[in-house]
Design a binder for this molecule. Structure first.
Ligand code: ZN
Ligand code: CU
Length: 525
């Protein structure tokens, strides 16, 4: 393997320590030396004068399970400086897939002309390895995927036999290298899981030293109760907890992150091993189907669409909405595969144009798309985003899949976080607005997340450690993707090195595919 010398940059090592001028020598996939004035010898020299050299960013909250098979370059992640994505978040993963989960996945990936060739987690990991990737990949198991495989879409607690089956399948996936389990407690069927069921499953995760990533049960009116439940699962099972995308959704809930933060800080002081992650935007992104109450989803997406055709069901849904009230003018369609013309427009506007009530329009649109439409929801406050970001125990994660500005992943107007998360924190929040220091911003993307995953010899610039590195320009780094024009790479990310090999060179995707599938037990413990 060829040798590299990153010469003349400022090394920001990922611990939060101030940057220091030093060269970084890379050989055989590892960081060979970190010191000023290194002799290049036969190494290829990359000029990093005036630039920052730091560990590759770790996207602790990714949904690139399928993207990695569609686009092995994982381009919107690579171009941000990401060198590891953690897939399988929010209760959904591409493995292990049994029963209804296997059927759903097969249907989903058929849209990309992909065939499901795996069932177990190990088989999925092997499929990703065969296909190759520019950057490293690892994955959690999704609780919804696990539950759907054993119990279909049933809205009930598991029988003792079903719980035992879920535990056994989970244990096998962890033994195959999955890094933990994620919940998506607003998404059926994960949402049908009881606290007892989830705590029991996390005992298995704890025994394997895995991570618990949780999309909690409510991020709006009952945010504080949902954080309590999450902490309770951590206390009961003793697992280490990653609270996903910490935020308060809906205008009347703005400011509640102060209460939830106080709760998390109390728990941390009492010994619960919990941190959170965050994406740096005031809009979320999810499926339009979340606007439909959980009971309508029982049995899966086909059952959902069946029910949505029934006028009596729509009346019941409407009665529930009188209480909660949806801000249809803040919900923007990101991707609806039969209707590219809907992308970037609000439900309120589309419904008005069709002369329909927004809820009726939503039900019709979901039926037309088998329940699968992506939305962007402008639901948070800037003040909350900054408050959360300033906490030292909050990591950065994109909560998105990797997209690309060409091919099937360029469809629609996805949330710009897919292209902009990491440069936005570095450029806008650290450099321009000084919400945090540049060194701390880097730590939240590297050292903090690596220690959370217990990665072996990754996440810091250290001699002997894996050479996952980014060279960026601190003066120009910035996200350029916007809600109207999301498929845009950021500015200032110049070189990305993965396992010692350049994967992005001078801002261009290289042809190499040096990424590895990282496994618990081998690459993390
Ligand atoms: Zn989520
Ligand atoms: Cu997510």
């Amino acid at each position: 393997m060829s040798a590299l010398l990153l010469r003349g940059g400022t090394v920001i090592d990922g611990t939060g320590a101030p940057g220091v001028r030093a060269d970084v020598a890379v050989r055989d996939g590892r960081i060979a030396a970190v010191a000023p004035g290194l002799d290049p010898g036969d190494a290829r020299v990359i000029d990093a004068t005036g630039k920052a050299v730091c560990p590759g960013f770790i996207d602790i909250h990714s949904h690139s399970d399928e993207s990695v098979l569609v686009n092995s370059a994982l381009e919107s992640a690579l171009h941000q400086g990401v060198t590891l994505v953690v897939a399988g978040n929010c209760g959904g993963s591409s493995a292990p897939v049994l029963g209804l989960a296997a059927e759903d996945l097969a249907r989903e990936i058929a849209r990309y002309d992909l065939e499901r060739t795996w069932t177990s987690f190990g088989e999925y990991a092997a499929a990703v390895e065969r296909n190759g990737s520019t950057i490293n990949v690892c994955s959690l198991v999704g609780h919804g995927t696990l539950r759907q495989g054993v119990m279909g879409g049933d809205a009930r607690p598991p029988s003792p036999g079903e719980l035992a089956a879920m535990k056994a399948i989970l244990a096998a996936a962890l033994a195959d290298g999955s890094v933990g389990l994620s919940t998506g407690l607003i998404y059926p069927p994960s949402a049908y899981g009881t606290t007892e069921e989830i705590a029991a499953l996390f005992e298995v995760v704890r025994d394997h030293q895995g991570l618990y990533a949780s999309h909690i049960r409510n991020e709006g009116d009952r945010l504080v109760e949902a954080v309590e439940e999450n902490l309770e699962i951590g206390r009961r099972s003793g697992v280490r907890v990653q609270l996903s995308h910490h935020k308060a959704s809906g205008q009347r809930n703005w400011g509640k992150v102060r209460e939830s933060t106080a709760l998390i800080e109390q728990a941390r002081e009492a010994g619960v091993d919990v941190i959170a992650d965050q994406y740096p935007y005031t809009a979320s992104s999810t499926g339009l189907a979340v606007t439909i109450p959980n009971w309508v989803h029982e049995g899966g997406s086909q059952a959902l669409c069946e029910r949505l055709r029934d006028p009596a069901v729509r009346v019941r849904i409407r009665d529930e909405y009188v209480e909660t009230g949806r801000a249809w003018d803040r919900i923007v369609i990101a991707r609806a595969r039969h209707r590219p013309d809907w992308s970037g427009r609000t439900v309120a506007a589309l419904a008005a144009e069709a002369g329909a009530d927004p809820l009726e329009w939503t039900c019709d649109a979901l039926v037309q798309h088998d329940g699968a439409i992506d939305i962007v929801h402008h639901s948070m406050s800037e003040d909350d985003v900054r408050f959360v970001m300033a906490k030292e125990w909050v990591a950065i994660g994109s909560d998105s899949r990797a997209n690309a500005p060409y091919g099937p992943l360029s469809f629609g107007k996805p949330h710009p976080r897919s292209y902009g998360t990491f440069p936005r924190v570095l450029g806008r929040y650290a450099r321009d607005e000084r919400v945090l220091t540049l060194e701390d911003a880097v730590r939240k993307m590297t050292g903090l997340t690596a220690s959370r995953l217990r990665l072996r010899e990754r996440g810091l610039v250290r001699e002997g450690w894996w050479a996952d590195l980014v060279v960026f320009d601190p003066a120009t780094v910035l996200d350029l993707a916007t809600f109207d024009d999301p498929h845009r790479y950021p500015a200032g990310i110049e070189h990305v090195i993965v396992n010692g090999v350049p994967a992005l060179e001078g801002g261009e995707t290289a042809s190499a595919r040096p990424g590895r599938f990282l496994r618990l037990g081998r690459d993390a413990a």
